[in-house]
Design a protein around this ligand. Sequence first.
Ligand code: UDP
Ligand code: MG
Length: 314
Amino acid sequence: MSAPASVQLSIVIPVYNEEANLPTLFARLYPVLDGLKRSYEIVFTNDGSADRSIELLRAQFKARPDVTRVIDFNANYGQHMAIMAAFERVRGDVIVTLDADLQNPPEEIPKLIEKVDAGFDYVGGFRINRQDSFFRTYASKLINFVREKTTSIQMTDQGCMLRAYSRPIIDAIVRSGAINTFIPALAYSFSGNPAEVGVKHEERHAGVSNYSFYGLVRLNFDLITGFSIAPLQYFTMFAMASSAGSFALVVLLLVRRFVFNLDRETFGVFTLLAIVLFLLSVAMIGIGLIGEYVGRTYQVVRARQRYHIKETLG
Ligand code: UDP
Ligand code: MG
């Protein structure tokens, strides 16, 4: 990688199987940035794409080597890791992230930069007229609500990746060495005066979302468990309340049977079985939740290399 001369603006774009979107992205993004009359760089991270994305990025690097840089992962490490790798290398005073699928129109970038110029250190976009499936939109609203209740992060739209960060925020994110991370929330936790702006949202230009249902669940686990231990505390309270309840129920059954001599026929196996199953299910949820935290500790402790870069251009 060439000597780090600083630039005014860095654009960070994770790319995973986006061959159908890259040509349009290039055609729309570069003119917007050229129009800003600032020195800039665009850092693309190819997140182990299985299609021709890397060839298209290579060609683009040839066409605009002055402002294009490419990080090529050897495998798929996920959107947030792809962004993290770019953050560790960007040279801009202001850094903007966006998606490669044109759901975040590049034409909205100047709006964010204006806010950073006005003195805000972290500017989050929120999607006006979100163009996603009904399920995605509502699941995301629910997660927003849970996050609001369990963490101290205040954000209108955590899922919007069109965001601008000032240099000190990026430095703090990189220094944190976070592994399972949800970048918008991490940035928020370092920000002194965050702001938000409404940005347009378009349908995915081509292809389908790279997030499976499982991927979304994982990502949101990262968001909630990565920033608070509230789920664990709620769970403990729930478990305490329910075991108190079951204990009371057992006492009640015993009293009915042996003090008032009732339920002679029905008392027995089935009642107890029901109680045991209930307690067992509570225990199972608890084990899963504890496992989530233990897993995180394990990942931090073994300090595994987070990603592997095959090649960098620019
Ligand atoms: N992405 C990535 N690695 C992944 C999944 C996604 O780099 O494992 C990139 C993808 O190329 C896009 C952005 O992250 O630029 C958002 O992905 P996608 O559009 O699939 O997510 P959605 O918009 O459905 O949340
Ligand atoms: Mg998308």
